[in-house]
Write a protein that binds this ligand. Structure first.
Ligand SMILES: Cc1ncc(COP(=O)(O)O)c(C=O)c1O
Length: 408
């Protein structure tokens, strides 16, 4: 797969020379690991800023709470979208200034708010009167931005219903914030994770424009708009193993035009914040795992099917494997005969399978237990969505490398 112009190529698309990674037939998981290519992440960050110049990037660290990755993004100038006091502490440890961290979770207890405030964070997301009242009590004079609801249409994970309010509510909430001594500083949206359409952004920008106008009628002039996460990874495949082809160029065009349009509505230029998670890290994380076994059996419908069980699955790195599939590379096996097999993880849970266990993909026919496999575009939410000890399986170790080393 070649990367679109001006964009960092998903890491580990090339194979190492033969012999450097010969199949191992140990049958152990000792060498399994999640490998991040820091150079790839840096290029991805730079490419995003090239596309949307002037925006402030606040990496949604839930997507990759790995200290080395956070330090590398801090050095590049990124701040962080944190979802809890523990994430704020991790961002601070990575060297971020508290002014470059916001508490982006609309769901927080009084204790969480007070703790974030103690840690120096002064900007909070909100979407209800109850939450904004609590912020006023436990983080006096803080800045708040109100999250507008989106439909989630067009995204693989919609993030709708649980978060965000209607524009009318946003006007009331920011009015309450002002009356309570807070700074009604902004509006935000999240169009849903791995958003696959430009239209979703268009609708979100329309809602932002309408709300900014309504706020102006109440004498409230936010200083920024937070466009959230949702920017897609490029390397995923769908449940059937076909490339997804997210229309990234179109999305960037919609965003550039939308930002201009919003700025035309307000007296002073708005700041724009982005909270990318998977877009920065997904394509630059590779899981190095191994084959447990390739089997063939009669299925309940009477047909024969092959199943390829890998040492890594839904519970130890591929939590999203029922919704997206990740390209698999079997080093040195490209020219061998391939057969269709349903790919699944090692546990005794039937959710632990690519495409809900329905769609076979081509795999080398001669795979044996212990053979190595690389699982590409696996860097987002891999570690953070890992279970601890299900079936006795421990979380994957994480390794950060640079450039070619990321291909090991
Ligand atoms: C508030 C917020 N911002 C940003 C993100 C990152 O989203 P994505 O990984 O789609 O970029 C999330 C993900 O859940 C989120 O909840």
């Amino acid at each position: 797969m070649s990367a679109p112009k001006g964009r960092a190529a998903p890491s580990d698309m090339r194979l190492p020379p033969r012999g450097r990674d010969q199949p191992r037939r140990t049958g152990t998981v000792a060498t399994d690991r999640l490998v991040y290519d820091l150079t790839g992440i840096e290029h991805q960050y730079d490419a995003l800023l090239d596309e949307l110049p002037g925006t402030r990037i606040r990496f949604a660290l839930k997507a990759c709470p790995v200290d080395e990755v956070l330090r590398c993004l801090t050095a590049r100038g990124a701040g962080f979208d944190a979802a809890s006091p523990a994430e704020i502490e991790q961002a601070l440890r990575a060297g971020a200034h508290p002014d470059h961290i916001h508490y982006g979770n609309t769901i927080k207890s009084d204790h969480d708010i007070a703790q974030a405030h103690r840690l120096g964070v002064r900007t909070f997301a909100t979407d209800s009167i109850q939450d904004v009242t609590a912020i006023a009590a436990h983080a006096p004079r803080a800045r708040v931005f109100c999250r507008l609801a989106t439909s989630g249409d067009g995204a693989l994970w919609g993030l709708n219903r649980k978060f965000g309010c209607a524009p009318d509510d946003a006007v009331r909430i920011l009015g309450t914030a002002r009356d309570a001594g807070l700074v009604p500083a902004g509006l935000s949206v999240h169009v849903g994770s791995q958003q696959m359409t430009g239209e979703a952004w268009q609708q979100a920008l329309d809602a932002l424009a309408g709300t900014l106008t309504a706020l102006a009628g109440r004498g409230i002039a936010p200083d920024h708009v937070n466009l959230g996460g949702g920017l897609p990874a490029l390397g995923y495949r769908d449940r059937r193993g076909n490339p997804l082809h997210p229309p990234l160029d179109k999305i960037f065009t919609v965003l550039r035009e939308g930002m201009e349009r919003l700025n035309a509505l307000v007296p002073a230029p708005l700041g724009f914040v982005l909270e990318p998670g998977r877009h920065l890290v997904a394509d630059h994380g590779v899981i190095r795992a191994h084959v447990v076994r390739l089997t063939e059996r009669t299925q309940p419908d009477g047909g024969r099917a092959r199943w390829l069980y890998l040492s890594v699955g839904k519970f130890n790195g591929l939590y999203e494997m029922d919704q997206v599939t990740h390209p698999l590379v079997f080093p040195g096996r490209e020219t061998e005969e391939h057969v269709p097999a349903i790919v699944a993880g090692p546990t005794c849970d039937s959710d632990d399978a690519y495409g809900a266990g329905r769609y076979p993909v081509p795999v080398p026919a001669s795979l044996a237990s212990g053979d190595p496999v690389r699982i590409l575009s696996a860097g987002a939410y891999a570690g953070s969505y890992t279970t601890r000890g299900f079936n006795g399986i421990r979380p994957l170790p994480t390794v950060c490398t640079r450039g070619q080393e990321g291909h090991h």
